[in-house]
Design a protein around this ligand. Structure first.
Ligand SMILES: N[C@@H](CCC(=O)N[C@@H](CS)C(=O)NCC(=O)O)C(=O)O
Length: 326
């Protein structure tokens, strides 16, 4: 039996092999959240989460465009990953212990440090979350948001009436139509949705309180360490590139750079790509085709009014710190 079992697992296809065989990465993304993952007017997916999917395709297949997108609601996302419907989940998903253990996921890292906030119509004259006792609050199910919300109100001995709606479109309609006093989600979601979905963005206030830690990052399934490594280092390469001063504009001129770390990064020396099961130019392809983390942030989040904040590099006062690529 054990021999049979061994031979089965040895021949079972890894995600890296199956992605190579089919020629594209199937990426689970948001149904449409500006800045993170949303199709533009020509149907091309854009956003910092989309850029992680593209980075993986550039690293593995040499072509960032070889991605197919599966839009997923908060409730659908984990089953889609567990069942193998998607190769990776890159969708403003908070890394927490329950998801890392009971749900059988491996978070590869963090591509946006976030926290939960509240948005209210200005006409309610509310200035602080402490004034929300008794409020009706719109929230999406299957999110960390739902749990943080009840924890926060319990801690502050306040009550609230939840209005729980799965589809983003519908929960926003409910809030903008005044069927809830408050909309709560990740602070990034509040900024993006107020800027792009509010009939009059100026009519809404994001309250100052951040009530949770929401480290958002891409995840893969348990049990495939090779794929875990590939996705993890694809994300890390974008962040490391920013730190090394490498961008889509200059990455092709680095082969003779005096800095050995840069030579290794672009694959001019060493075998880092090979150790991942990839081409040695894997990181060069990511930066050439997708850009570094700052380029992705500036293209996708800056125009919506985002500040770098916690998402600055560690040596510029932020939390973005990746292990050395060597
Ligand atoms: N980070 C939280 C919340 C993620 C989440 O799903 N947020 C909502 C509000 S911004 C969303 O993305 N909705 C879009 C959708 O349902 O497709 C989590 O991982 O549970």
């Amino acid at each position: 039996m054990s021999i049979l079992f061994f031979s089965f697992s040895a021949t079972a296809q890894s995600t890296l092999e199956s992605v190579r065989a089919k020629g594209f990465v199937q990426c689970g993304v948001n149904t449409g959240l500006a800045g993170f993952s949303q199709p533009d007017s020509r149907g091309v997916w854009k956003g910092i989460d989309v850029d992680v999917c593209r980075a993986v395709a550039a690293a593995v297949l040499g072509d960032a465009n070889k991605v197919r997108y599966t839009p997923l609601t908060a409730q659908q996302r984990f089953t889609a990953l567990q069942s193998g419907e998607v190769d990776l989940l890159s969708r403003n998903t908070t890394w927490n212990i329950t998801r890392d253990t009971s749900l059988g996921l491996n978070f590869v890292g963090v591509n946006y440090y976030d926290g939960q906030g509240f948005m209210v119509p200005k006409k309610l004259k509310v200035k602080s979350a402490k004034q929300l006792n008794g409020a009706t609050i719109c929230v999406q199910p299957g999110t960390t948001t739902e749990l943080n919300l009840s924890d926060y109100f319990r801690t502050h001995r306040m009550s609230f009436k939840p209005v729980v709606i799965e589809k983003l479109e519908e929960v926003l309609n409910a809030y903008f139509a005044g069927r809830c006093d408050v909309f709560t989600t990740d602070h990034s979601g509040l900024i993006a949705l107020r800027a792009t979905r509010a009939p009059r963005p100026d009519d809404h206030l994001i309250l100052p309180e951040i009530i949770s830690k929401e480290p958002l990052g891409p995840a893969v399934r348990h049990g495939d360490d090779r794929w875990f490594d590939v996705v993890k280092w694809s994300l890390f390469a974008m962040i490391e590139a920013e730190e090394l001063g490498l961008s889509s504009k200059n990455i092709l001129q680095q082969e003779n750079n005096a800095n050995p770390a840069i030579q290794r990064f672009v694959g001019a020396t060493g075998d880092i790509g090979k150790t991942l099961g990839l081409d040695n130019r894997w990181a060069l392809q990511i930066v050439r085709q997708v850009g570094n983390y700052a380029e992705s942030f500036e293209a996708n989040l800056k125009p919506l009014g985002f500040e770098r904040g916690l998402n600055r590099l560690w040596n510029q006062g932020g939390l973005m710190y990746v292990p050395p690529i060597r």
